[in-house]
Design a binder for this molecule. Structure first.
Ligand SMILES: [Cu+2]
Length: 208
């Protein structure tokens, strides 16, 4: 996915530069029809901005049941503009750079809740809903040798690209969601792709 994203960026850059050169040449040439030269820059910049707008995805347009919690999945690869100078993979483990789940709200009323994760990062992510026991804090789960935490108590997960429920991971630019009936309590939302919990992909959700 990262390679494809980079490909798009390069294509967009080339297109934007070509449009700029063309419009500058047109302006230097004195223009012919009297239209504003800048009009031709628009589409180039819109194309250039594509990678940033993809997060809206198909998950953004539809009506989801219950209280909707929007969670953004972020990683330094995307923040640094591409592969990132602080992140990298060693085998299946992310070795550098922080990752985040950033929720738009930390509390929702009990009942029907839809959790939607939008992947604003550069690698696949997911969102798994794990109850917190009394006194248990987020970020404190034991990470196993495989880089994951125990998710046997999971109430549900959003790990499909632009679809509901379980899948193979939410791809960069895509969104996944899951609708659950949540009882009052404290929950930890985690990304349980190997290495991601340890890198910081967890956040609190309080159901009141
Ligand atoms: Cu992740």
């Amino acid at each position: 996915m990262t390679r494809r994203a980079r490909g798009w960026t390069i294509v967009s850059l080339v297109a934007a530069v070509a449009v700029l050169v063309a419009s500058v040449a047109w302006a230097v040439g004195g223009g012919v029809s009297g239209g504003p030269a800048n009009a031709q820059v628009g589409p180039g910049w819109m194309l250039f901005g594509r990678s940033g707008s993809a997060a809206g995805g198909s998950g953004g347009a539809q009506t989801l049941p219950g209280a909707v919690v929007d969670v953004a999945a972020l990683d330094m690869g995307a923040m640094m503009g591409g592969r990132g100078m602080m992140g990298g993979w060693s085998g299946s483990t992310w070795t550098g750079g922080d990752m985040f789940l950033r929720s738009d709200r930390t509390a929702v009323p009990a009942g029907t809740v839809t959790l939607r994760v939008t992947n604003d990062g550069s690698v696949d992510h997911e969102l798994v809903v794990l109850p917190l026991t009394d006194g248990q804090r987020i970020g404190q789960r034991a990470v196993r040798a495989d880089g994951q935490v125990d998710e046997s108590t999971s109430l549900g997960e959003a790990s499909a690209s632009d679809a509901e429920g379980e899948g193979e991971g939410v791809a960069p630019g895509a969104a996944g969601w899951v609708t659950l009936d949540l009882a009052p309590g404290r929950y930890e939302l985690v990304c349980n792709i190997a290495g991601h919990y340890a890198a910081g992909m967890y956040t609190l959700l309080v159901v009141t």
